[in-house]
Design a protein around this ligand. Structure first.
Ligand code: NCD
Length: 297
């Protein structure tokens, strides 16, 4: 795989070796004193974070992953191209989150510095997907051969849209897609799975779909993407993992969530040994450090 300049889509990663290298680097970050590890190679470099959509985790983890200064920009209605032209004059890399699919790609077309897609509407969220696969590897020791249930808003959940291409890199992964029919995984992503020869099933019921799963990855119903409140209310509580459901999973199974959660996972599950979501969030820091080092080191 050629060295990547921009990180726009998980489909750019077509080699498991690349992921392995990145995961090793993330591990190194975690082992070392986190901030000392980055201080040297990236000292004085500037990451701009341009967020047109709210974010807590992604933004914090990018900013913490830097030992660099941070500069952020909000929109006043100028085009993304103009914003990128200006900001790239000050920054060594730009992490961008936008409500419109394709924005990061548009930015990358004109940016002289690396663009990192930190979420483009219902499009993708590749750094979260890297974090997720890193988490699975850390928790379960492997990815190939695992049974992964993806549950919730598969239509709008961009973390899922990025996770699937990564799962396709590992032989024998089986995917179970669980969503209300209104929130079914978009056709282009199902086509991608077919093209890659990944075994997948689709259904609306949680029961039966997660019993023997190694990974249960549940997503927030993406309220901000709905045309009306009624449509949101009709599906918002489709799936809730409570203590009983969590305990019904295989003992070694893990429960994942990109966070923020709304109702999808009851707080009582947090103490369950299978609950991996807070560790997953922490892994995002190290993974993004490793990614910045790859892009700028
Ligand atoms: C996700 C996102 O922004 O897509 N959150 C995140 O990056 N941690 C998931 C979500 O908002 O539901």
């Amino acid at each position: 795989m050629d060295k990547l300049k921009h990180i726009i889509s998980a489909r750019q990663f077509d080699a498991p070796e690349f992921l392995l290298g990145l995961f090793e680097s993330a591990n190194q970050m975690e082992r070392d004193d986190t901030f000392r590890a980055l201080r040297d190679p990236l000292r004085g470099r500037i990451l701009a974070t341009i967020f047109y959509e709210p974010s807590t985790r992604t933004r914090f983890s990018f900013e913490a992953a830097e030992n660099m200064r941070e500069s952020s920009s909000a929109t006043k209605g100028e085009t993304i191209e103009d914003t990128i032209r200006i900001v790239s004059g000050y920054a060594d890399a730009i992490a961008i989150r936008h409500f419109e699919q394709g924005t990061a790609e548009a930015a990358a077309r004109i940016s002289p510095v690396p663009i990192i897609n930190a979420g483009d509407g219902v499009g993708e969220h590749p750094t979260q997907a890297l974090t997720d696969v890193y988490t699975i590897k850390k928790e379960l020791g492997r990815i190939g051969g695992l049974k992964v249930a993806l549950v919730g808003d598969l239509l709008n959940g961009r973390t899922i849209h990025s996770l699937l291409p990564l799962l396709c890199l590992y032989p024998g992964v089986r995917v179970n897609l669980v969503s209300p029919w209104q929130l079914r995984l978009p056709l282009r992503h199902r086509e991608y799975l077919l093209e890659k020869g990944i075994a997948f099933q689709e259904g609306e019921k949680l029961a039966g779909a997660i019993d023997d799963a190694d990974v249960v990855y549940i997503t927030r119903v993406q309220r901000e993407r709905f045309a009306s409140e009624e449509e949101y209310l009709a599906v918002k509580d489709s799936y809730i993992i409570d203590a009983a459901i969590a305990n019904s999973l295989k003992p070694e199974a893990i429960i994942m969530h990109a966070l923020p959660r709304v109702n999808e996972i009851s707080p009582e599950v947090d103490d369950n040994i299978r609950a991996a979501y807070f560790r997953q969030a922490k892994n995002g820091l190290y993974l993004r450090m490793a990614l910045l080092l790859y892009l700028l080191g």
